[in-house]
Design a binder for this molecule. Sequence first.
Ligand code: OAD
Length: 233
Amino acid sequence: MEKIVILTGAGISAESGLGTFRDKDGLWTKYPLEDVATPEGFARNPALVQDFYNLRRVGAAAAKPNPAHIALARLQTGWPGEVVIVTQNVDGLHEAGGATGVIHMHGEIAGALCAFCGHRWRAPDEMQVAEPCPACAGPGGRPDVVWFGEIPYHMDTILRHLGEADLFAAIGTSGQVYPAAGFVQEAAARGIPRVEMNLDPSETSPVFTEHRIGPASETVPAWVAEFLNPAGG
Ligand code: OAD
């Protein structure tokens, strides 16, 4: 086996204290996603949207990687083949845990994007309404995150990796948001093993070939240890 592609979602960061979206008390039970995670919501009420992401930026900056993030970084260094991490998360906890080359398909909360000229820069802790772009000076600054109705980043690269993968794993994702939820189908079409690590069965559980139910901080290090040391000795 050469290449492992791993998709992660909010569940991998839950034990670092960052909320998930759809669990009980999840973010989308408190903030309607139409208001804070769509271009239309931003056009209607940019202050609300900037405040929502400002809060999350501070939370993400204060959070620490948990044993699941750290175990994936260990897999990357210990595995002789390639380990590609694709995350839907906008926090930087994979990198904080030591992972490299992480593909952020839904963008990054630490980044700012100019809606006018497309320039990207490091977001200040608190972005303002009409945040000025350092490149074009227009008031188009927004969080560099992908909203509903927008196309996720790096899809060509992700599909190429999936097309070359020998194993697919998904960790802490409810399998409700496409295109990420469809990656397991791509893997199934190629007949490669598909491992799901989640607290409960997800929408796409039936398409996986192996299930490890439990908190990611336990299931992921155990899986990585088995992988790197199959004899268990
Ligand atoms: P969800 O909140 O939809 O799902 C989180 C999943 O993680 C659920 O299936 C939980 O059971 C599981 N989970 C919770 N705690 C866990 C733990 N400690 N260990 C393992 N699993 C745990 O989050 P995502 O699937 O990441 O997109 O959501 C996908 C996208 O929807 C997000 O990237 C975001 C959101 O709307 C945008 O904002 C565009």
